[in-house]
Each structure stands twice: as C-alpha cells, then as structure tokens.
Ligand binder design. Structure first.
Ligand code: ADP
Ligand code: MG
Length: 261
C-alpha cells in the first residue's frame, strides 16, 4: 500500500464571529498518498483556504485530527508547530507573497535560514530550484522585474526549498491569466512527475482542477463523496515513447517521428 503523507479524520472548523458561529468545515476525511497530485475544487466561501490552513498547521481545527507525515499535528504544541511548517510543508499562495526587497535567489534561500546548510549550500540549492522552475536567467531579479507568472515560479521554488513532505497551493492561478495559469499548473504536474512532489491544490477553477491526478470537490465545508480522475496521469501516458512528443488518444503513428505507437 502507498505511504500516506497526510490524513484528516472528521475535521471540523467552526469560526466564532461576534455572537455568530460559522461552520467552515464539516467532517472532512481526506487521504493524501506520497506522490499524489490532488485538486480540491469548490466555489468561493466553501472552505478551501480554511482546509489548507488546517493541513499546513497554520490554524487548528475545532474537532478532528490532521496526521502529517505520521504526526498528529493537532496535538503538537504551538512552539513546535513552527518547525513542522518550515520543514514538512511548502506553501504556494494566490498572491505569491515574495519579499519585495529580496531578489529571486534570496527569496528561495529564505526558508533555508536557520537550517544546517552553509551559505554556499543554500545558494547552490536555490540555483538548482530556480533552474527547475525555468528561471535560471532571473536569479538576480526582484519582484518588480518579474512577471506575475515568474513570481509564482519563484514562490514554487521557495516552497520546495526544504524538500517538504507536501506542497499546499491555495488558488495558485487565481491572479494569473489563463495561459500563464495553465503553465503554472503544468509546472506543478512536471514537479509531481519528475521530483515526486506531493501536491494538494485548491481552486475554484474547474479547468485547472481537472489537470491534477485526482479531483475532489468541496461544498459548504463538506468533501463530496464523488471524485474524478484528472488528466494529469492520462497526459503522461499520452506521450510518444520514442520522441516524447504529446500524442492524441487515437493516433496510430506519432505525428512527429512517424513511429508506430
Ligand atoms: P474559500 O477559500 O473556499 O473561499 P474560506 O475557507 O476562506 O473559503 O471560508 C469558508 C467560510 O468561513 C466562509 O463562510 C468565510 O466567510 C468563513 N471564514 C473564513 N475565515 C474566517 C475567520 N477567520 N473568521 C470567521 N469566518 C471565517
Ligand atoms: Mg480561499
């Protein structure tokens, strides 16, 4: 059986707002295996950010368990949670959240502050990560000299800095045009295949959600029983084994290299 990286059991979150209670999550039971690329789709206000905040130990549930890499993080005292957040989880946000006064490479180095890595090792790792997201040419650029898509690529590289058990992406394409958004989801898919990065992405965008491996649906704080297969793994199979070019399901011969499929 595949290794579980993350599991929630009967997760509830109730916010108290003045005298009113808002139930943002109800009985959420989620299992994420190592190497999964999962999307959770639902409309604005359905609880997506609340769920990611619980998964990434940015906030505690009202009831239920979150087991991350074998540890029930709902039982971990606040002062130790910081380490779990730093080493086990990589966050990607809708608004990128780069440090504007740091350049791309310094932003990627930031999560490695306080680790055992030397300055040179941090720089080397940050360089490798920027290369992985296709930004070797932009190492010295600060936020104002990066396009929105490039900023999100830096944010993805930063999320991977400490080799986390899981990457949590909250509407990672929400501030991008559809072409750039599509490239960002493709990059996440590529990292999932090449690096075996485990990813949970929440989004209100059905097209982006469909590009993951598994699509789950959140409605009024509840995870629906239905689940769909996304195109991610199908795409992987729809590549010519001889030349690597994308092919269509009904191609008999590869349109580029001409080999019989
Ligand atoms: P989504 O990310 O899907 O748009 P959220 O998780 O942000 O949804 O919100 C889910 C519900 O919880 C909404 O009704 C929202 O108004 C409410 N909510 C979110 N955060 C808070 C908070 N800190 N205090 C009170 N209510 C909140
Ligand atoms: Mg949200």
């Amino acid at each position: 059986m595949s290794e579980l990286v993350l599991e929630t059991q009967k997760l509830d979150k109730v916010y108290k707002l003045g005298g009113r209670q808002v139930r943002a999550l109800s009985d959420v039971n989620l299992q994420v295996k190592k190497g999964d690329f999962i999307s959770i789709m639902g409309p604005s206000g359905c609880g997506k950010t609340t769920l990611l905040n619980m998964l990434g130990c940015l906030d505690k549930p009202t009831y239920g368990k979150v087991v991350l890499d074998g540890v029930d993080i709902t039982k971990v005292p606040e002062k130790r949670l910081f380490k779990i957040r730093k080493y086990k989880v990589g966050f990607v946000f809708q608004t990128f959240n780069l440090m504007p006064y740091l350049n791309a490479i310094e932003n990627v180095e930031l999560p490695m502050e306080g680790t055992k890595k030397s300055g040179d090792e941090k720089k080397k790792r940050a360089r490798e990560l920027l290369k992985m997201v296709g930004l070797s040419e932009r190492e010295e650029h600060r936020q104002h000299r990066l396009s929105a898509g490039e900023q999100q690529r830096v944010a993805i590289a930063r999320a991977l800095a400490n080799n986390p058990a899981i990457v949590l992406a909250d509407e990672p394409t929400g501030n991008l045009d559809s072409k750039t958004g599509s490239e960002i989801v493709r990059l996440l898919g590529q990292l999932n295949i090449d690096q075996r990065t485990t990813i949970v992405m929440v989004t209100h965008d059905g097209h982006m959600a469909a590009r993951a491996g598994r699509m789950l649906f959140l409605s009024d704080g509840r995870l629906l029983a239905k689940e769909k297969q996304g195109t991610h793994l199908l795409k992987k199979e729809l590549i010519c084994p001889y030349c690597g070019r994308e092919i269509q399901p009904d191609d008999t011969f590869c349109p580029r290299c001409g080999k019989r499929l």
